[in-house]
Design a protein around this ligand. Sequence first.
Ligand SMILES: Cc1cc2nc3c(=O)[nH]c(=O)nc-3n(C[C@H](O)[C@H](O)[C@H](O)COP(=O)(O)OP(=O)(O)OC[C@H]3O[C@@H](n4cnc5c(N)ncnc54)[C@H](O)[C@@H]3O)c2cc1C
Ligand code: SF4
Length: 512
Amino acid sequence: MTMKTLRLLLGDQLNHNHSWFHQTDENVIYLMAEMRQETDYVKHHIQKVVAFFLSMRNFASHLKSKKHQLVYFEIDDAKNLQHLEKLILKTIESYSIEKFEYLLPDEFRLDEQLKQICQNLPVPTEAFDTEHFYTTRTELTDFFQGKKLLLMENFYRMMRKKHNVLMIGANPVGNQWNFDHDNRKKYKGEVPIPKAKIFPKNVKEIIHQLEKMEVNTFGSIDAENFNWSTSREECLEQLDYFCQHLLKHFGDYEDAMHVEEKFLFHSRLSFAMNSKMLSPKEVIEHVVHYYHQKEDEITLSQVEGFVRQILGWREYVRGIYWKEMPNYSSMNALENYNKLPDFYWTGKTKMNCMQKAISQSLEEAYAHHIQRLMIIGNFSLLTQMHPDEVDAWYLGVYIDAIEWVEMPNTRGMSQYADGGILATKPYVSSGSYINKMSNYCGSCHYNVKEKLGEKACPFNSLYWNFLDDKKEHFKNNQRMAMMLNLLKKIPAKELYGIKLNVKEVMENLDAI
Ligand SMILES: Cc1cc2nc3c(=O)[nH]c(=O)nc-3n(C[C@H](O)[C@H](O)[C@H](O)COP(=O)(O)OP(=O)(O)OC[C@H]3O[C@@H](n4cnc5c(N)ncnc54)[C@H](O)[C@@H]3O)c2cc1C
Ligand code: SF4
C-alpha cells in the first residue's frame, strides 16, 4: 500500500499526461491553490491572472472527473491561508499525510521556496520532473561545457539530431538546418490572414473574486468574451487551427509587423505550452505530421521556422536560465538606469510603432516576437532603461510570461544586460529596420527618414546616441565593428545635433 501522499501542483504545471495521473490512488491527494504570492510578485495583466486561474480550475475539474482526490482553494476561499508553507502543513495534518511530493518548479523563486518548505515539513519529501520539456535543467550547461560561446544554432542542431526532428538519418531534411533567411518578408497583403481562433467565455465571476480580494492588476479584459484557450481541449483546437490555417505562411511572415494585424500567422500557443496544457513534443509532432501530409501546400521553411522556435529557442532559454540563475536576475552589463515612461501603461505616444505594440499588449496581453524585440525592447534599450524595470514590465504584461522564459528573452536577448551570454550583439535598430518590416511608419506622426528636428523619428537619433554612449562596451565585439565604423564617420557637428535631439527626447519621454 502506498503511503498517504500529498502532491502539490503549481499553476503552470497543468500537464494532463504526467505519469502521476496515469492511475488513481485513494492514498494520493493533490493540492492546488490560487495564491496571492503568485498574483503579487509583480503587477500582472488582468488577462494573465484570469487565464492561469481559469486553466487551473479546468485542470482541477479534469482531475476530479478522473476520480483523483483533490483539495483546491480558490483565491477568495476563507480557508485559503495564502501562505504556501502553512497551507501544505495544514493539509498534511488534516489528511494525516505521510509523504509530501511536488513537481520541480520552473522558476528559481519557487524552487528555492519549496526546498525551504521541505526542510520544515514533518514528513519525507520528494521532487519529480514535470515531464514537459525536452531537456533537463542542466542539459544545456553540460552541452556547452568548456565552450566560450553558447550559440543557439549549435544547441538547436544537437536537439534536432537527438530528437530526430526533421531529419533524414544524420542530415537535416532539405539538406539545410536553418531557413532563417527566407523568413523575413514584410506583409503587404499578398495572402489573406485568417481570423484569430478565439474561445469566448464569460469570466465575470473570476474577475469579481479578484476585485473582492483587491488583487492589483493592469490592462483590459472583455469579461463576457475572454478569448484565450484555458483548457486542454481548447489548446488542442488552437494547435489544429494553427496547422490548418497559419502554418502555411508562418515562416514567411515571422518577422513582419502590420498596423492592422495583431497576430499575423503566429500560433498564440505560448500560454498553452507554458502552463503545460500542451507539451512542446506534441506540438512539434503534430505540426511535422501535418506538414508531411501537406507537403504540396506547405514548404519546409515554414515548418523549420516553427520547430526552431520551440525545439531551439524555448529549450535554449530555459537552459540559459538554469545555468545563470540567480545572478542573471541582477545583471546590468550596459549600466542602464532609466525609468520606464508612463506610456508603457497607457500606450499614449505619438510613435505609431510603440503606440500599436504597447496598446495591443495592454488590450490582448500579447504581442508577437518581433514587436517585443524590435519595437518595445529596442526602444527600451535605446533609451537605456533599467533592465529591472523592463523585466518587470514584460513579466507582468504578457499572458505567457513566466520568469524562466521571460527573463532570458528580456534581460538577455532584448536588453543585452547579460553582456552577451545569450545574444552575440544587441538587438537595436534605427527606424529604417522598422520601416522595412512593417507599415507603421506610413501613418506615423514622425518621419522615419529624418534624424534631426521635431518630426524626426526618435529611433534614429536614439540609435546613434546609444552606439556612441556604449561604444566602450562594444569595442571588442566583431559583430558591432561595422556599426561602430559608421558611427565614426558621422561628423562631430552632426553627432552633437543627434545628442541634443536625444536630450530633448529623454526629457520629454511622455510627450513624444
Ligand atoms: C523581450 C521578449 C520577451 C519575451 N517574453 C516571453 C515570455 O515571457 N514567454 C514566452 O513564452 N515567450 C517570450 N518571448 C518569446 C516570444 O516572443 C513568444 O514566445 C511569442 O511571441 C509567443 O507568441 P506565439 O505563441 O504566437 O509564438 P509563435 O511565433 O507562434 O512561436 C511558436 C512558439 O515558439 C516559442 N518561442 C518563440 N520564440 C521564442 C523565444 N525567443 N523564447 C522562447 N520560446 C519561443 C513559443 O513557445 C511560441 O509559442 C519573449 C520575446 C522577447 C523578445
Ligand atoms: S517613424 Fe519611427 S516612431 Fe514612427 S512608426 Fe516609424 S519607426 Fe516608429
